[in-house]
Design a protein around this ligand. Structure first.
Ligand code: ARG
Length: 463
């Protein structure tokens, strides 16, 4: 039993205060204090609206406004004493406001509930994260464009099944990620448009009998409009799930790129050198330079996708409208947002700093019979063979090179003619990797000229 007195905010009907365990499971202040600025912005908009509609006197509204600014500066300055007994950020702020301005503080909650308040605060917080994600993606795309432009004509192997497939260009590979992060950017932007409706004024769930102006508060908080259904407004967390969904897909892209950097920076590949600024050493093996940043980026998807699944599970099966379950929405989103922003920034830094090893890339591009398709295409184009036959002839020549322990360009013309007598020495032109990539001029292909067109297209898009 506790001899604590009941809660001053809602304890009218309670004879006793909560058990310590009840307080511990109930309180969200340990994490929702991250929404302090949003909470105070929401309260300021609400108070200004209450005055404009004549629900509050201008004197009270002014006292509230001043008091909220003081509370904000106390929180920002670190002197604010957060209290678990006051449960959450909403009641911590209001309680402190009461200490500072007295009676008018109690009028702030007119026509409002913590249900629309928390939905508003959280939406404002998530909206800021969409904006931060947009900035992070743009910076990362710029870094990739820099690499693509510098290396538009550097040859490297292109892979399928992680087996050498055809030569491609470094710029083309970088631009593949520009497309991926570009889609993330578009997902961020359309999710932000969809979520930008204000829950404030939905009150507990049914709206309010006070003559509030929801359009006014929506506008003051940068929302496009008030949400149209009060029940939905307090029980909707789609915006957080949209955020986690977009973050999950983007983290998946980041993890794929991170994995390539881990492979590429190994002694076996030596495709790239990561900078010292984004690598670490080993405490026992002096030669080591480890791609830890890439590995951690590769791993962040686990937490982000976990948050996505976690919040889905919290929300599934909840009856309308607000249930306390929904307090479990925030920590996962906070953690996922932090992880995503950090992963994007680390990737941007690595991409800016990394150096492609052009020589290794070129040597590797020519290995593994990477121009076999070019040879088959030549047989079709010059000798008029059906592609299936050309495929077979080329396969025979690959087998011959493999037996001899050499690459396709190392076969002699006699070797070639022994398989198909009409092959001429011109065939050797298409067996070079540079010619191979130059020839892939189809739209979106790997030819340096095509890569430069795509770099320019993205520069125009981002202007
Ligand atoms: N701390 C709560 C949350 O994060 C605020 C809303 C509480 N509302 C209520 N009626 N108990 O969800």
């Amino acid at each position: 039993m506790t001899n604590k007195t009941s809660n001053t905010m809602w304890g009218g009907r309670f004879a006793a205060g909560p058990d310590a365990i009840m307080e511990a499971i109930n309180a969200s202040i340990g994490f929702d204090q991250r929404m302090a600025a949003q909470d105070i912005a929401g309260s300021r908009a609400h108070a200004a609206m209450l005055a404009a509609t004549g629900i509050l006197t201008d004197t009270d509204a002014e006292a509230i406004r001043e008091g909220l600014l003081t509370v904000l500066s106390e929180i920002e300055g670190g002197s604010f004493q957060f209290s678990t007994a006051l449960e959450d950020i909403h009641m911590n702020v209001e309680s402190r406001l009461k200490e500072i301005i007295g009676e008018p503080a109690g009028r702030l909650h007119t026509g409002r509930s913590r249900n629309d308040q928390v939905a508003t605060d959280f939406k404002l917080w998530v909206r800021d994260q969409f904006d931060a994600a947009e900035a992070g993606l743009l910076a990362l795309i710029q870094a990739l464009l820099g690499q693509a432009e510098a290396g538009a004509d550097w040859v490297m192997p292109g892979f399928t099944h992680l087996q050498v497939a055809q030569p491609v260009t470094w710029g083309h590979h970088m631009m593949a990620y520009v497309e991926m992060f570009g889609r993330d950017l578009s997902r961020v932007r359309d999710a932000r448009v969809r979520m930008n409706e204000s829950p404030l004024g939905a009150a507990a769930l049914a709206g309010t009998s006070f003559p509030i102006d929801r359009h006014m508060t929506a506008e003051a908080l940068g929302f496009d409009r008030p949400s149209a259904n009060s029940l939905d407004a307090v029980s909707d967390r789609d915006f957080a799930l949209d955020f986690l969904g977009v973050a999950s897909i983007s983290a998946m892209h980041l993890s794929r790129f991170a994995e390539e950097l881990v492979i590429w920076s190994s002694a076996q590949f030596r495709f790239v050198a990561l900078s010292d600024r984004f690598s670490t050493g080993s405490s026992i093996m002096p030669q080591k330079k480890n791609p830890d940043a890439a590995e951690l980026i590769r791993a962040k998807i686990g937490r982000i996708y976990g948050a996505n699944t976690g919040l889905m599970m919290v929300m599934k099966g909840l009856p309308l409208t607000y249930s306390k379950d929904m307090q479990e929405d925030k920590e996962q989103v906070f953690d996922a947002a932090d992880s995503w922003m950090l992963a994007m920034a680390a990737m941007e830094g690595m991409v800016k700093d990394m150096t492609a090893n052009r020589e290794s890339l070129a040597v590797s591009a020519a290995s593994g019979f990477s121009t076999a398709t070019d040879l088959a295409d030549w047989l079709v184009r010059v000798l008029g063979m059906p592609f299936r036959d050309a495929h077979h002839v080329t396969g025979t020549l690959v087998g011959m090179a493999e037996t001899k322990g050499c690459d396709l360009p190392d076969l002699t013309l006699e070797d070639m003619k022994s398989v198909h007598k009409h092959i001429t020495s011109e065939v050797f032109d298409v067996l070079g990797v540079q010619n191979s990539v130059n020839s892939r001029m189809s739209y979106g292909g790997t030819a340096p000229a095509q890569v430069r067109i795509q770099v320019q297209r993205w520069k125009d898009i981002l202007k």
